[in-house]
Design a protein around this ligand. Sequence first.
Ligand code: GDP
Length: 329
Amino acid sequence: MDIDTKRIPFLLEGKKVLVCSFGDMVRSSLTAKLEEMGCTVIDAGRKNLDLANQDDVFAFFKKHSPDAVFALETKFGGKYASQTMPAELLYRNLMMAGNVIEAAYNAEVQKLLFMGYTSVYPKDAEQPMREDSLLTGPFESVNEPYAVASLCGLKLCQFYRKQFGCDFISVMATNVFGPQDNFDLTYGGVIPSLIHRAYEAKMTNKQELEVWGSGTPRREFIYADDLADALIFLMERYSDSLPLNVGTGEGATIAEIVEKIKDVVGFDGTVNYDTSKPDGMPVKVSDISKIKALGWEPKISLLEGIRKTYDWFGKNYESIASQTQGVPE
Ligand code: GDP
């Protein structure tokens, strides 16, 4: 790291901050925290702005003229979507990254943070994955649409910094979960999908819970509030071209996570591992020593996060079950 110390701290208090995000989960945590800090937050969520439409994005930036931009969470539909709609995922995510970064440059935004994912690391990266493993080997094929789009966002930030001197930074976030996640049984990530499935199994007295893959993959999960906290921390305190890992640094196997979900939900039937479904990367855990050295660490444990997420899910079950969630448009 070679932090540009003249550019930090970049204090957010009193600033006009644009939050571009396809999903609701991290956006809502981040917005609440920014408002508490005295920022004016402009919501560029998918209901307000089509981030893949260049004219709309440019006009939106011109109209609002933000001081700072968080470019978050692209279109996501988990493993099933990456196999069935890879063209759509890559196209939309590339467009969002390109449009937002170019618009921020044109609008002379003072600072931008782009969030990619740790699925950008090579499938054989040494574990836990360090920042210098980026681009040292091929992607895991199941992750490819997300990985390629993340990589383009990270590179755009580096190149706008290099060519134009923009204070654009980027991060690679680990798997995130929390309230307002996509709880779709097919298109959600493992934690929200399994909370949903376990809850319905309990309510209908089903004795079996279906889990995809072998249960042996090891993953790292960050609770959405912790991620939002890290993004704010880095926006204020980090200015360098190196994309930084954001996570907890701690892994758990899917089987261990399933046990936690069973306990929290109160489902005590058997688990049926469906090995016809893909496992994805065998291990995906990031090394967070760099962000820790800057002074940030996560606060919410995996179990506490699952409890909070289940609590929200239970309160919102009727509306979740009544919508077909799929991959939001
Ligand atoms: P990723 O593999 O890190 O991209 O994240 P996912 O949340 O899609 O999957 C994590 C792991 O959980 C993978 O090994 C999946 O095979 C496994 N898994 C088990 N059951 C499910 C499920 O119902 N949905 C999803 N998405 N993954 C599941």
